[in-house]
Design a protein around this ligand. Structure first.
Ligand code: SAH
Length: 446
């Protein structure tokens, strides 16, 4: 083993918010180092593997602040709390410019006025610590060890209070946290969703078995302490998996869903369906997407990867028809119900793979004016994109939570007849390294 200490200057920040330094032509990524900072690091060479570690900071960035969360160094949830919000916004802006700037000029990022307590969905894992005390919180980065967390600065504080109550109830109700190794115990996770504009709260108890002794008293006590809870669901997950939710659900209290209002449309949200986690910035994002599309009122629109139909239903009021497609069955059921509840008659939803669905539409030579697409982090696929090119709508609005895969897909579209007209970054996830982008493309022949 060979150790060496060196002074380095950080040249940028990677995807996970780690500082990038270059040593002898090689790139290293070091946690908690910001762009332009200089520091002493230690390089350890063991056989052919080199690892680097931060020893001492020398010159700090003007954007460095003290992280406000005491768990910041252990929990992997946020990556860039050591940066002021101004620094974070600058980092995200240049990340988008580096990735997408060659297509067209990038608009200035739309930031949040209050970049804290914005998450409407909270998930907490229950476990024991080494002394046998019940704890709940998040897995420590890259491990299955739970860190006990009683407050999180990016999530809804009401939800934190409910999780604390549930933790407090464990003893009096003789409820044991589930142990992944011995497979003993009952409560695995708690998931809470809150409709920010309706105030409705959903509590999902993810448990290892259907047998819930003292269930009725437990529910009564929880509702008494938190009358704002509108529904409680028991989700059964007895598999060895890091996926939080199991397949089976039993509604213990209330309707089994909550509602929220986005851009004037009411949405039903179930435990399993995707719903944007930052509703304040979601409205900012959707309004921007709609503004970019410059709708006239006579368009036929596709909302691909539509989730519970949020974009489709909001846009439906401004166009002739909208067709939503989504692979998750529960989400599509919610979308159909949402259309009915809001008395929207020009929105049609299909439960299908977006790529397969686009192939069918392309084979039918459907006339489509606008495609709004909002795929998951992995981006779209060639099946979808090649059919999109065949359908050749005049405009495409591509919303993405991962500019890396978006860049790949934009390249394909630009090669095949489209031009990028506008790029808008939106900060949907303050304190984390993630950034959302909304991109307008128009067909060269239109
Ligand atoms: N537009 C929605 C959801 C975006 S998240 C909103 O703003 O709320 C991406 C969605 O794509 C998820 O609902 C996910 O279930 C869905 N999805 C993932 N892969 C898909 C595929 N191959 N075909 C269709 N939908 C898919």
């Amino acid at each position: 083993m060979n150790k060496e200490r060196l002074k380095v200057k950080c040249i940028g920040i990677d995807e996970e918010g780690k500082g990038i330094v270059k040593l002898k032509g090689k790139e290293f990524h070091i946690a908690n180092l910001l762009e332009d900072e200089t520091a002493i690091i230690e390089v350890v060479k063991n056989k052919n593997v080199e690892t680097v570690k931060l020893i001492e900071m020398e010159e700090e960035s003007k954007y460095r602040v003290k992280p406000s969360c005491p768990y910041f160094n252990k929990c992997g949830g946020c990556q860039i709390q050591q940066m002021s919000y101004e620094g974070q916004s600058k980092f995200k802006q240049s990340k988008v410019e580096d990735l997408l700037g060659s297509f067209c000029k990038v608009n200035e990022i739309l930031t949040m006025e209050e970049p804290y307590y914005y998450r409407n969905k909270i998930h907490s894992t229950f476990s024991h610590d080494k002394k046998g005390q019940i704890i709940s919180g998040f897995y420590q980065e890259n491990t299955h060890d739970v860190i006990n967390i009683d407050r999180c600065i990016i999530q809804d504080s009401k939800a934190d209070e409910i999780i604390e109550t549930i933790k407090g109830f464990m003893k009096s109700f003789k409820m044991k946290p589930y142990d992944e190794d011995t497979k003993e115990g009952f409560l695995r996770h708690v998931l809470i969703k809150r409709g920010f504009s309706t105030g409705q709260v959903m509590v999902v108890l993810v448990v290892a078995s259907k047998i819930f002794p003292g269930k009725n008293n437990y529910i009564k006590a929880l509702i008494k302490k938190h009358p704002e809870i509108s529904t409680i669901i028991m989700n059964i997950n007895n598999r060895k998996t890091s996926v939080v939710l199991g397949n089976e659900e039993i509604v213990l209290y209330g309707k089994g869903y909550i509602e929220d209002i986005l851009c004037g449309v009411k949405f039903q949200i179930s435990a399993k369906s995707f719903y944007q986690v930052n509703p304040i910035q979601t409205e900012v994002l959707y309004n921007k997407a709609i503004e970019m599309a410059k709708l006239k009122g006579n368009e036929t629109v596709i909302d691909a990867y539509c989730g519970i139909g949020t974009i489709a239903l909001i846009v439906s009021r401004k166009v002739k028809n909208v067709i939503g497609v989504e692979v998750n069955k529960d989400a599509i059921k919610d979308a159909i119900k949402n259309a009915k509840q809001n008395n929207i008659k020009n929105a049609y939803f299909y439960n299908d793979d977006a790529g397969d669905f686009m192939v069918k539409l392309a084979n039918e030579n459907k006339n489509i004016d606008l495609v709004i697409m909002d795929p998951p982090r992995s981006g779209s696929d060639e099946k979808f994109l090649s059919s999109l090119v065949k359908l050749s709508p005049a405009k495409v609005v591509y919303i993405s939570c991962n500019p890396v895969t978006q860049e790949r897909d934009l390249r394909y579209l630009v090669k095949n007849g489209y031009k990028v007209m506008e790029i808008q970054p939106v900060d949907m996830f303050p304190q984390t390294a993630h950034v959302e982008t909304c991109v307008l493309l128009s067909h060269k022949n239109s």
